[in-house]
Design a protein around this ligand. Sequence first.
Ligand code: AMP
Ligand code: TRP
Length: 333
Amino acid sequence: MLTENIVFSAVQPSNNLTIGNYIGAIKIWVDIQNIYKCIYSIADLHAITNNYYNNLKTLSLNTLALYLACDINPETNIICLQSEIVEHSQLHWILSCFVNWNKLKHMTQFKNKYSKQGSLLNKVTVGLFTYPILMASDILLYQTNYVPVGYDQKQHLEFSRKIARNFNKKYGNIFTIPQPIIPKIGKITSLLNPIRKMSKSDINSNNYISLLDKPELVIKKINNAITDSNNPPIVKYDIKNKPGISNLLNILSVLTNISIVNLEKDLNNINYIQFKKIVSNEINNTLFKIQKKYFSIRNKEKYLNSILINGNKRAKIIARNTLNKVYRVIGIK
Ligand code: AMP
Ligand code: TRP
């Protein structure tokens, strides 16, 4: 049954989606799309906090086609492009003047990227620093009740909730306080460094499985994934001591819908080569369906653009309404 509760989420089109995006976000978007009123955005303005691209529109269309290929329904949900709804940038500015900069310093994602880029390239932008304010604007503009995101975004969501609460305390009931929906499995980790998050912007593509990877490449990447040197080998979930095996078990569990405990029982007595073969088979089954649909729609650009034009129009009405309320209470309007 469709409720009036609103869901909002987004992915940055910085590259094609990974199996981490699928498990941490998109699969849940699909699961809840018939229950809530869902707005799924392509966060192209967030993508440029790291880099300017010469093909961002193409990457955004790839992302849209991947949403559809993963079974996001463009008829019932609103699918929109962040940069086309100017209210995101406008609320971002207003909230930038409301949030104390000291609070932003403690955001983990900024600190991680800063320590990576700051030391190497001295390439940290103000946009990367204020990124969580733009994310809060995305969410609060739509009076969002629920935000399905991966575990890595939990802190940003907490930050959005805090802004909404403080703003409401000062100006009355302007924003709905959003709640996260976070998958139980935590995060999917990098294949060669299973302590770190799997990321589609990783410079080494062997660290992630893209939803568009060919079957042979998936087999190769999974075969090279770091495991451990337990002798005899044991397929057992133990994040601390066996992060590589635990990561592959997480992926397998979500894709097969079999609990980790049952997988451990079923996979007793097999070696890592056999285990990896099972994992890559299962990934390839999932990717086969996604890729079939993706390649049947990706070159229909007129169709893809029409989905965005329609979604942007519907999203803008809601966003404008909230922004007008904000303008009124702060005395601009
Ligand atoms: P991003 O790739 O940063 O645009 O993330 C888009 C969505 O996918 C967000 O909800 C993230 O939390 C989620 N996500 C990204 N990488 C992972 C991962 N390795 N494991 C689980 N969820 C992820
Ligand atoms: N920052 C999110 C990420 O990197 C993407 C995103 C942008 C988002 N705006 C959002 C997610 C609003 C949820 C809600 O994963």
